[in-house]
Design a binder for this molecule. Structure first.
Ligand code: SF4
Ligand code: SF4
Length: 75
């Protein structure tokens, strides 16, 4: 039996400016803009649906502020 890989999504809220580019490219609608604000008063992205992440890295690649890290969870 194969178990689907799971990914840990880390978003640095102090780097994120809430531009929404990562939400647009994610093929699995994993990311969302939250209501919480960073220290600059910007609503930041968070992994609202982390279990759906396929580790494609498109969000990390497009983020202009290198705010996203994706790591494969070790089981
Ligand atoms: S692309 Fe980067 S800066 Fe823009 S909302 Fe996503 S994490 Fe934040
Ligand atoms: S790695 Fe891919 S599937 Fe996972 S949150 Fe980023 S864009 Fe979405």
């Amino acid at each position: 039996m194969t178990t689907r890989k799971r990914y840990y999504i880390k978003i640095n809220s102090e780097y994120c400016k809430g531009c929404g580019l990562c939400l647009e490219v994610c093929p699995k609608n994993v990311l969302a803009l939250g209501t919480a604000m960073n220290s600059r008063g910007q609503h930041t992205a968070h992994p609202a649906n982390a279990g759906e992440c396929i580790g494609c890295l498109q969000c990390a690649d497009i983020c202009p502020d290198t705010a996203i890290e994706i790591d494969e969870e070790q089981s």
